[in-house]
Design a binder for this molecule. Sequence first.
Ligand code: GLY
Length: 316
Amino acid sequence: MPTTTAQPLRKPAPTIISSGNGRAALPAGVRILAKGGSALEAVEACARIVEADPKDDTVGLGGLPNVLGVVELDASIVDGTTHTAGSVAALTGFLHPITVARAVMEQLPHVMLVGAGAARFAREIGAEEADLLTPDSRKHWIERLRLAKHTPASIATAHALGPVVLEMVKERGTVNFIAIDKRGNVASAVTTSGWGFKYPGRVGDSPIIGAGHYSDTRYGGAACTGFGELAMRNVTTKTAVDRLARGESAAEVAEEAIADANALVGHGSRLNIVVLAANGEHAAATTKRGVQYAYQSVGMTRAAVRPRAIVRRRSR
Ligand code: GLY
């Protein structure tokens, strides 16, 4: 009778995946992983790079403001090994919401802080303050206000913002990162300025654990960009990780998540997901052509970009 020798399971190469706009940050994260740093450190470091980049108008500095011209940030981080998480929402005036989110996770008995409380805590930990509305994002806001027949002065005293938001609102993007480190630990981070010209106080999926992203070192992680309302309504990324736990492939999980979003009726139709399985396999899917994702493993000299599978909405 042939004998078989149990093979030790090979750990996957340390890897980070991201939404396409995270590509330039991946080498910094991979350097951390190559030196034996944790997945948590790597995803935070990558998120900070995009937060400080004024050219990305979907995240941090230079992010598009709400309808009143205030840049409100959402961010969160998940440690898939300890199952701890930290999150901030509607935070204004700080350059690195992801670091504030990590401090919520590590220093408070809470998961999420919002608005004034989040800003108070950010000051308490000495987080870097910044005027996030750059001249470019202010110009973009004023142009959109003009199309809605408003000015900064008129919108400041408008009685009803809802109709103006419906006219102006524009989904723009978000950046997300999922990493697996040398020890096989998985962590994820998402940071965003949310929908451009949103209603003040609107919170998207990015700071909602299990909607915008989720990680579990046993199975992998998943993270969304696009219309966060869809991910919140479907608890998309927790559902995705549950599917990984059931043994589905990263590609199957990504495509099913988008099919679930397509089945929803209501505002917003665009959702994108990236999935990194604990075995290192990764995949991504989207509702719309032209959306890519990026990845880099230790040993690769630069980040690579791949198209996402497109899952179209069936006509009703
Ligand atoms: N997915 C980001 C947002 O909806 O704010």
